[in-house]
Design a protein around this ligand. Structure first.
Ligand code: ADP
Ligand code: MG
Length: 124
């Protein structure tokens, strides 16, 4: 699976997000600043914290340079669909960071330094 970018669908503070060019069920997240490490933090949280999986969109692949990430593509949700309660270690929980995936609401953006620090008890 490569990191081919199709249609642009979203811009966050650190990353530009595209539908995968050959699989519309996936997105490719492109980190704009190579000095940031948003994608690799997200990957480590997914790989090592199975107890959080029910809250998170899976990370399927990250490029070795860390600039590109692939995950399943979810749908936007409405304000009143944002979960009322969720683990406190997940820190950036505005409406735009949640999506609906296979009928469940999941966080698609969890690579923030603050989240990483809370989960691994070390400064990123
Ligand atoms: N898995 C996904 N499925 C659908 N849209 C997504 C997905 N991941 C991100 N997006 C969209 O792209 C935007 C930016 O992605 P995000 O991961 O929040 O980047 P950043 O870390 O820069 O905030 C999100 O607010 C959302 O609208
Ligand atoms: Mg975001």
């Amino acid at each position: 699976m490569d990191f081919a970018q199709g249609e642009f669908i979203g811009k966050g503070a650190y990353r530009d997000v595209y539908i995968h060019a050959t699989d519309p069920g996936l997105v490719v997240k492109v980190q704009r600043d190579p000095k940031q490490d948003q994608n690799r933090r997200e990957q480590r949280i997914w790989d090592e914290r199975k107890e959080l999986h029910k809250w998170l969109v899976p990370v399927l692949k990250v490029s070795s340079c860390g600039l590109y990430l692939i995950m399943p593509r979810g749908e936007q949700i409405k304000n009143n669909e944002v979960p009322q309660t969720s683990p406190r270690c997940l820190t950036d929980k505005g409406r735009k960071n949640w999506v609906r995936l296979n009928g469940e609401i999941k966080l698609c953006d969890y690579g923030q330094p603050k989240t990483y620090q809370k989960i691994f008890k070390v400064k990123p």
